[in-house]
Design a binder for this molecule. Sequence first.
Ligand SMILES: CC(C)(COP(=O)(O)OP(=O)(O)OC[C@H]1O[C@@H](n2cnc3c(N)ncnc32)[C@H](O)[C@@H]1O)[C@@H](O)C(=O)NCCC(=O)NCCS
Ligand SMILES: Nc1ncnc2c1ncn2[C@@H]1O[C@H](COP(=O)(O)OP(=O)(O)OP(=O)(O)O)[C@@H](O)[C@H]1O
Length: 277
Amino acid sequence: MIALARHGEERSATAIGDTAADCLIREVETWPKPGLVSHVDQGAHDDMDADLLRRSARMLAPYFTDLAAAGAAGADMDRLRAIGMAAEAAMLAATAGVNTHRGAIFGLGLLAAAAGFRTRYGVAAPLGRIVAARWATGILDGPVDLHSHGSVVARRYRAGGARAEAAAGFPAVYDVALPALADARRIADGDEAERVQACMALIAGVADSNLLYRGGPAGLAFAQRQAKAFLADGGVGAAGWRPRAAAIHAAFVARRLSPGGCADLLAMALFVAAVER
Ligand SMILES: CC(C)(COP(=O)(O)OP(=O)(O)OC[C@H]1O[C@@H](n2cnc3c(N)ncnc32)[C@H](O)[C@@H]1O)[C@@H](O)C(=O)NCCC(=O)NCCS
Ligand SMILES: Nc1ncnc2c1ncn2[C@@H]1O[C@H](COP(=O)(O)OP(=O)(O)OP(=O)(O)O)[C@@H](O)[C@H]1O
């Protein structure tokens, strides 16, 4: 009996890891996402393209599986952090030093750990609430790299970034991206359009530390204005939405703006939608 239960747990951790990697790939296969890399172009990034992001995502699946298994085993934040840091090191080795998924490993990794916990204990709570209840203190009290772009921006502009978002249980996923995906299902023509709508809603509503780092408060305000105007004009439900979204994408690229945190949050919303279904 025990051996069977273990085998079942391993299988579900593997399924969680594979789902997390799939969600990263579905995020890449979405165009037009303002400033971001996709199957169509490199957006505002000289050092990465869709192939590199796809390879990075696939390589990360076993780490998400480990995080799910650790969550199921009742791991504390120190244990999750060790797996997350090993994943980051493997990512940098696989991409010759390019930061393809640092923010995504963190956010999706915590949600994968919560998914493991949820499956193991049969709790019905949303994944974000599990993250906040079990690991918020460890997230906020953990070691900080004073030189990371996120830390620089946090000091300069008092932006909470990826840590604050996770510790609060991912409000951008639950209050912004998931409602946008649900709205878009009624008005959009296909899955890719739904993901574009959620991406625009995230850009309009999130203080993305990547936008702040590259463009300062003026860059963030520009990005939010563009995304809000797109949504106010009917979003992906309006005729001609794709050329309008492509024009916003081009405006971000011209200013070197890239909302990498919103890309991560889009992948997380796809993951939550798949796991909590
Ligand atoms: C917390 C992390 C992201 C580092 O954050 P920091 O702000 O210091 O660095 P950095 O600028 O490199 O990364 C921030 C990344 O977060 C994402 N992001 C930006 N803004 C936001 C936002 N508002 N909300 C969510 N994510 C965001 C972007 O992808 C961005 O690139 C993380 O890499 C970390 O601490 N890793 C250690 C391992 C760990 O704790 N793992 C947990 C289990 S997986
Ligand atoms: N499709 C995508 N396009 C661009 N960034 C993405 C995409 N998907 C996820 N990201 C996130 O964006 C982050 C990388 O962003 P970016 O390269 O702008 O930041 P950086 O490494 O801090 O430095 P720099 O501004 O010098 O390039 C990664 O952590 C990753 O999780």
